[in-house]
Ligand binder design. Structure first.
Ligand code: ADP
Ligand code: MG
Length: 705
């Protein structure tokens, strides 16, 4: 199906000369985030082309020997005076070549230098340009292993400006340059898919020129996300994404929805059974959802609400309405812990309202699983709560009215489609706890209708957030002990499950051991590598108070609800992103007691970690935190890693390209409006774009009609 023109770009990197299986593994790790055995497919030529520079090596500085600044890159014009080869058999003494210019003398130093090669490179009496870092030893200038040496005639061969790329071990910069250069040679001439008027308006180059420009920069501007070349490439990526989302949405909308309108009987019973009143935002969101479900169009709605804003109950009320109207409903959570927790919270409420409810995860096996399948097929279950087990083909509903996906952005478009296809025209509600800024909503969800829970349940006390250095661990442990003695509950978060040789970090397992020695039976442990039964047991022990300190990894990041937990300790807080810290902190402050979040860090703190902790202390507003997160990530905190901070993108960076995203969305709309099946010549070019950015799935939807 993929246009043959693109084949060279989808060939494995090993198809390029000079790239063997070993290098391919390293490149795959770099470009796709997976090594051998990770199940990730080998990197392809296109991945190399879209691996954009993160900086420049600048050799334009051409000082004299005496003016060269120690340790900075300099390109110096010198005359070769004499060779001083290393004594035979002694590799510790280097080969030295003495050179001079009008300002003074310098030695070029080669360890294990090949005399024959050096003699041809540096004929005595001739002029050469050498480029490298100059250093001073004992009052003498040295350049150790110059990066380049060229004659005057060949000066053009010296790259005065070279791009730098994010690398991994096994892929040096030289290898990267060579690989990208070879990859560029295989680039076919692609049809232009961007509207000519857009191209002209923004002065965007063609794809070929854009790639050439970013990989052969002349100055910093060429590798900036604000260059016309980079913007063009980012726009391509965003346009492909927006087109794909629009096609998915169209497909979903096409399967005609049904009108589901309840009589309110079950909803009333649930609301009456709640120990609290709904917030205004909850009431408004429920009303929006019910209105949407009542129309014969299919609902595609996003329920956005910060941690603790009370999405679960909104979901349950929407289900109740659908059930009143005679439909079935499904609530899907990303982890088993969450699915079970939802089940536990919802079950008593469902019972009061006569809703038949069941849970389905990987754990239900054999006969009980078969029984659930059968009851779903016969509409004997009204509400099924589960993990992605719900996507499986054996799961057949008699009459699915509403599918709800919780904590969404962990699921991809595929899964959304799978759920949607379960129920003909079932309404879809996607809930997200991570308050994502508007720009990201667009990238992940395209044009969905949005309901917002922008008000927290009343009576929530603010969470006191403090940062303290690891040196004060003993003090902290005392404090936790005191809290436990008063009957409080404490989460203790660690970044890793087990100790690792590479990272000097206390793992959850060893922290558990230390705390257990100090506090005994009060301490529990939960992490992602435990069996799910054991995870549940640990969660339940904590919830019901049999343990009072729960040492955990980020498995508890999303959704876990133990309202009487009051202290959240986050160890190595410097290793977590802002959004994650916010999610984790949201596990406390859910009940009537005041809560504390303690960010334990290893000093000295980097600038970005400092900023993050400051923001965490300043605000609990998830939307503000999400915006700040985006800004901070824009500063490219970990050098040498992929620059694009925006997950799911290779080129586009939301902090720089938000405008492009809006443009891409509008453009995608216009395109599908004018040529809904992408059959014209422009449509054909756009198909190339979709395939180029691996939106094969979306093209299939198009073809399926
Ligand atoms: P999230 O939006 O993070 O999924 P939950 O639905 O888990 O939030 O709700 C968080 C906590 O707030 C739960 O303990 C829930 O019972 C409680 N809660 C929900 N709505 C209200 C409300 N209107 N008033 C008081 N507490 C509420
Ligand atoms: Mg939740």
């Amino acid at each position: 199906m993929r246009p043959t023109l693109l084949n060279p770009l989808f060939a494995p990197v090993t198809s390029l000369t000079g790239i063997g299986p070993k290098l391919s593994i390293a490149l795959t790790r770099l470009l796709r985030g997976g090594g051998s055995g990770s199940g990730i497919e080998q990197a392809v030529v296109g991945d190399l082309l879209f691996h954009l520079p993160s900086g420049l090596i600048d050799r334009r500085n051409q000082p004299t020997i005496m003016d060269a600044i120690e340790g900075t890159l300099s390109t110096i014009k010198v005359r070769v005076d004499r060779h001083q080869p290393a004594p035979r058999g002694n590799h510790r003494v280097p080969y030295r070549i003495y050179v001079h210019d009008e300002s003074g003398e310098m030695a070029l130093v080669y360890f294990r230098g090949q005399s024959r090669w050096l003699e041809t490179q540096y004929p005595v009496g001739e002029t050469r340009f050498v480029s490298g870092k100059l250093e001073w030893f004992n009052g003498r200038a040295n350049m150790i292993h110059p990066d380049y040496v060229v004659s005057e005639e060949n000066f053009d061969e010296l790259p005065l400006v070279e791009p730098v790329y994010p690398l991994v071990s096994g892929v040096s910069l030289k290898i990267m340059h060579r690989s990208i250069a070879t990859a560029l040679q295989t680039l076919p001439q692609l049809p232009e898919w961007i509207d000519p008027s857009l191209l002209a308006k923004h002065h965007w180059p063609s794809v070929e020129n854009a790639l050439d420009q970013v990989h052969h920069p002349r100055d910093d501007l060429d590798i900036s996300p604000h260059s016309t070349a980079w913007k063009r490439l980012a726009f391509d990526e965003l346009l492909a994404g927006q087109l794909a989302l629009a096609l998915v949405r169209r497909k979903m909308k096409k399967s005609a929805g049904k009108s589901w309108q309840g009589d309110g009987s079950k909803q009333t019973k649930i609301v009456d059974a709640l120990p609290f009143a709904l917030t205004g935002a909850q009431q408004r969101s429920v009303a929006e959802i019910l209105d949407d479900m009542a129309t014969p169009d299919r609902m595609l709605r996003l329920l956005q609400g910060d941690v603790g804003s009370g999405k679960t109950i909104v979901a349950l009320l929407a289900c109740a309405a659908a059930i009143e109207a005679g439909g079935q409903t499904a609530l899907m959570a990303p982890t088993e812990i969450l699915a079970r927790q939802h089940f536990a919270t919802i079950q008593p409420l469902a019972e009061t309202a006569n809703i038949r409810i069941a849970v389905l995860t990987g754990r239900e096996k054999g006969k009980s699983r078969e029984a659930i399948y059968e009851q779903l097929a016969n509409a004997e279950i009204d509400l099924i709560i589960g993990t992605h087990a719900l996507f499986q083909t054996n799961v057949v509903f008699k009459n699915l009215a509403l599918g709800i996906v919780d904590e969404q952005h962990r699921f991809g478009v595929h899964q959304r489609l799978a759920l949607a296809s379960k129920g003909g025209g079932a309404d879809i509600l996607v809930m997200t706890a991570t308050p994502i800024p508007r720009t990201l909503v667009l990238t992940f969800f395209g044009d969905m209708d949005v309901s917002k829970l922008d008000e927290k349940p009343a009576e929530r006390l603010p969470i006191q957030t403090n940062a303290l250095s690891m040196d004060r661990l003993d003090e902290l442990i005392e404090r936790v002990r005191g809290a436990v003695a008063r009957g409080e509950k404490v989460y203790w978060l660690c970044p890793l499950v087990e100790d690792s040789e590479e990272l000097p970090i206390t793992s959850a397992e060893s922290r558990y051991q230390t705390l257990e020695q100090l506090m005994g039976q009060n301490v529990g442990l939960v992490h992602g590598r435990m069996k799910s039964v054991d995870k549940d047991a640990a969660m339940l022990d904590f919830k019901e108070g049999r343990t009072r300190v729960l040492v955990a990894t980020t498995v508890i990041e999303v959704g876990v609800d133990v309202p009487d937990a009051t202290i959240m300790v986050i160890e190595h807080a410097e290793r977590f992103g802002l959004a994650q810290l916010h999610q984790l902190r949201g596990r406390v402050g859910r009940g009537a007691q005041s809560s504390t979040c303690l960010l334990l860090y290893k000093s000295p703190l980097g600038a970005i970690a400092q900023d993050r902790i400051k923001i965490m202390r300043e605000t609990e507003d998830g939307f503000r935190i999400a915006e700040e997160d985006l800004k901070l990530r824009g500063e490219g905190e970990i050098l040498g890693t992929r620059q694009s901070g925006t997950p799911g993108f290779q080129i586009a960076q939301m902090e720089h390209h938000a405008e492009l995203l809006e443009m891409a969305r509008d453009n995608a709309r216009l395109i599908l409006h004018e040529d809904s099946e992408l059959t014209g010549p422009h449509g054909d070019a756009l198909l190339h774009l979709l395939y180029l950015h691996s939106k094969d799935e979306a093209v299939r939807l198009l073809r399926a009609g």
